[in-house]
Design a protein around this ligand. Structure first.
Ligand SMILES: O=C(O)CCC(=O)C(=O)O
Ligand SMILES: [Fe+2]
Length: 271
């Protein structure tokens, strides 16, 4: 468990910079998820030589890679890996968001292969796409991420209004709405930021056992993995369930994680 001083430090950074690097309570969950991901990969490819680190050598072809990513994503979601990791750090989320929490039902599993810009979704803020006030994201890597393979953020950009950013709304013809890639977290109608944003981003290296927790209004993302091994990571949202959600949010996007004592009482009272 984190100490009260640690939690206060995280909160301070979160408010001031819009993000912080969380040392996860139970590193075992992340290690176990990485091991089981690799095992599953070997099982479905019927190839014991494939590891999380050399995956890209076997999946150079884009179509084959996206198909494999989709299969790995199904497994990842079934096993509830991301939900278990968040659950074991509930002290942090309750400290930041309050005692009534919901968690994203279908988290993402990102695999950005070395030197494949299209495996990345680029720089953005999720509030461009209708995020509500009580939602935050956590990126949790399954292998260590250096400056060259990790996500970057623009510190303190979480409080800058949209009108200060130049955007270009485009349609990504490679990612049709409701396609597999769309379901894997690629954007079908991205709001592309001005390339100048590259001057302001800083990379946030992460060790396995850490998470990058950030406000969804911070500018964040990645453009290219410049290392020799893929980035395997999940990103999952947690939200205060008493705050409003965007009307366009599809039903079932979140599921209950934890209810406060009073919420539990009122639920029982109304049964
Ligand atoms: O991991 C990524 O590439 C993207 C994560 C992200 O954009 C998010 O969590 O909102
Ligand atoms: Fe995002």
């Amino acid at each position: 468990m984190h100490t009260l001083d640690q939690l206060k430090q995280y909160e301070k950074e979160f408010i001031e910079k819009g993000y912080f690097v969380l040392d996860l309570n139970n590193m075992e969950y992340v290690k176990e998820a990485s091991d089981l991901l690799q095992k599953h990969l070997q099982k479905i490819t019927n190839n014991s030589e494939i590891t999380l680190y050399n995956y890209h050598a076997f999946f150079e072809d884009n179509d084959k890679h996206y198909e494999m990513q989709f299969q790995m994503l199904q497994f990842f979601r079934e096993q509830q890996f991301a939900q278990n990791i968040i659950q074991s750090n509930i002290d942090v989320y309750q400290f930041l968001l309050g005692p009534d929490l919901e968690i994203q039902t279908e988290p993402y599993l990102r695999i950005t292969r070395p030197h494949k810009p299209k495996d990345n979704i680029g720089y953005h803020r999720d509030t461009f796409y209708g995020t509500g006030p009580g939602e935050i994201s956590s990126v949790i890597p399954f292998i260590n991420l250096s400056e060259k393979s990790t996500l970057s953020v623009v510190p303190k950009s979480h409080i800058i209004p949209d009108r200060f950013f130049k955007l270009n709304q485009v349609v990504n013809t490679e990612v049709p709405k409701d396609s597999k890639r769309h379901k894997m977290g690629f954007l079908y109608a991205p709001k592309v930021m001005d390339p100048e944003i590259r001057n302001d981003v800083i990379p946030i290296p992460l060790k396995r056992g850490q998470a990058l927790v950030f406000m969804l209004s911070i500018i964040h993302g990645s453009e290219e993995n410049n290392t020799d091994y893929p980035r395997w990571s999940t990103d999952i949202r947690v939200r205060n369930s008493l705050t409003s959600l965007n009307e366009a949010m599809k039903a079932g996007y979140y599921k209950p994680l934890k209810d406060s004592a009073t919420t539990q009482t009122f639920e029982r009272l109304s049964q």
